[in-house]
Design a protein around this ligand. Structure first.
Ligand SMILES: Cc1cc2nc3c(=O)[nH]c(=O)nc-3n(C[C@H](O)[C@H](O)[C@H](O)COP(=O)(O)OP(=O)(O)OC[C@H]3O[C@@H](n4cnc5c(N)ncnc54)[C@H](O)[C@@H]3O)c2cc1C
Length: 290
C-alpha cells in the first residue's frame, strides 16, 4: 500500500515548523522517517501535511554545556551512539542506542523522532527517564523545558502539544564513580525490546551505593522508573541479597502488557532477571570492572 495524498513542506527553520503546525492541525513532522513512513504507507497515519525537518541543519549537534550533554533533536541515533562526548559523559546512552534496530535504521532515525514517537518498548525514552534528562520543545509561545519523568505519559503519548516541536535533549553528565548497564531481551537482535532495564550505580569509596537509577522499558504504557528498587540500593552495601531484593522491587513496579509477544507474568519475571543483571554489571563497572 502507498501513503494517502498529503502536502509536502520542506522546512528550513524551527519557526517555519511551528507556524505550519499551528496552521494545520493534521500536519505531521517527518524526521528520520523510520516510524512515520511505515505508518504512512500502511495508512495508519493520514496527515494532510508532512513537514520535512531534515534540512534544518542547526538541529543536529552533540555538545557539552552547563553540566549537560546537549543533543539536537535531528541528531541521528548513530551519531549520538558514536560520539566521544556521549560515551565519556553519559555512557548509558551510548550503550542503549546500540540496541535501537540495526545500524541502517540508526543512520536515519533521530533522537527527537524516537522521543516524540514514545514507544514504551523503545530504548531512548527509558534512558532519558533513567538519566533525568530534559526535553526542550518550541511552540508558538516560545520554548519549554520538560523533565523526561513528566514527558512520557502513556502508550505513544507525550506532554508535547500538537503545535510544538522537540529541539533538544539535555542529559546531565554522570558523576565520577558511576557505572552503567543495559540488559535487554528481544526475540531477535534489532527487534524492539520485550523487556529492557537501564541502570546506573554510583559507588562511594566506602563501597556503599551513593546513587542508583533503574528504569524498565516494555513493562508498561510508558517507561517505569523503579524508585522502590532505587531506595533499597541507596546507602546500602551492594551485596547479592540487596541486589536480588532491588531486582524484585523493580519487577513489582512494572505493569507489563499481555500480548502476542509474551504474557505479562513472563515479562515481569524477565524484568527481575534483567534488573539483577543490570544492577550487578553497573556496580562492577563502577568498581572499575567491565
Ligand atoms: C525495522 C525497524 C526496527 C526498529 N527497532 C527499534 C528498536 O529496537 N528500538 C527503538 O527504539 N526504535 C526502533 N525503531 C524505530 C526507530 O528508532 C525510529 O527511528 C524512531 O522511532 C523514530 O525516529 P525518526 O527520526 O525516524 O522519526 P520519524 O519516523 O520521522 O517520526 C516519528 C514520530 O515522531 C514525530 N517527530 C519526529 N521528530 C520530531 C520532533 N523533532 N519534534 C516533534 N515530533 C517529532 C513525527 O511526527 C512522528 O510522529 C525501529 C524501526 C524500524 C523500521
Amino acid at each position: 500500500m502507498k501513503a494517502a495524498t498529503f502536502e509536502y513542506v520542506r522546512a528550513t527553520s524551527v519557526d517555519q515548523v511551528v507556524r505550519t503546525l499551528a496552521e494545520d492541525e493534521d500536519a505531521k513532522i517527518l524526521a528520520g522517517g523510520q516510524s512515520l513512513v511505515p505508518l504512512l504507507n500502511m495508512r495508519l497515519a493520514r496527515p494532510t501535511t508532512v513537514i520535512d525537518i531534515t534540512r534544518i541543519d542547526d538541529l543536529s549537534y552533540v555538545r557539552r554545556a552547563n553540566g549537560h550533554v546537549e543533543i539536537g533533536a535531528l541528531t541521528t541515533h548513530r551519531l549520538a551512539e558514536t560520539s566521544e562526548l556521549v560515551r565519556r559523559n553519559v555512557p548509558l546512552l551510548a550503550e542503549a542506542l546500540r540496541y535501537v534496530g540495526h545500524v541502517t535504521i540508526r543512520n536515519r532515525g533521530t533522537i527527537g523522532g524516537s522521543i516524540a514517537h514514545a514507544d514504551p518498548a523503545a530504548e531512548l525514552p527509558a534512558t532519558c527517564v533513567a538519566l533525568d534528562a530534559e526535553l526542550v520543545v518550541q511552540g508558538p509561545h516560545g520554548q519549554r523545558v520538560i523533565a523526561a519523568a513528566d514527558f512520557f505519559q502513556g502508550y505513544l503519548m507525550t506532554a508535547i502539544e500538537p503545535e510544538e516541536v522537540i529541539t533538544e535533549v539535555r542529559v546531565p553528565v554522570l558523576a565520577q564513580g558511576t557505572g552503567c548497564a543495559v540488559e535487554e531481551l528481544a526475540r531477535r537482535s534489532g527487534d524492539f525490546a520485550l523487556v529492557a532495564v537501564f541502570a546506573t550505580m554510583t559507588i562511594g569509596t566506602d563501597g556503599t551505593c551513593q546513587d542508583a537509577r533503574i528504569t524498565v522499558a516494555g513493562a508498561g504504557p510508558a517507561p517505569v522508573r523503579a524508585t522502590g528498587a532505587e531506595a533499597l540500593l541507596k546507602g546500602a552495601a551492594v551485596t547479592p541479597d540487596v541486589i536480588s531484593a532491588a531486582a524484585r522491587a523493580a519487577a513489582d513496579a512494572t505493569d507489563p502488557p499481555n500480548d502476542i509477544h509474551g504474557p505479562a507474568e513472563y515479562r515481569r519475571e524477565m524484568a527481575a532477571v534483567l534488573s539483577r543483571r543490570a544492577i550487578t554489571k553497573a556496580t562492577n563497572r563502577a568498581n572499575g570492572g567491565v
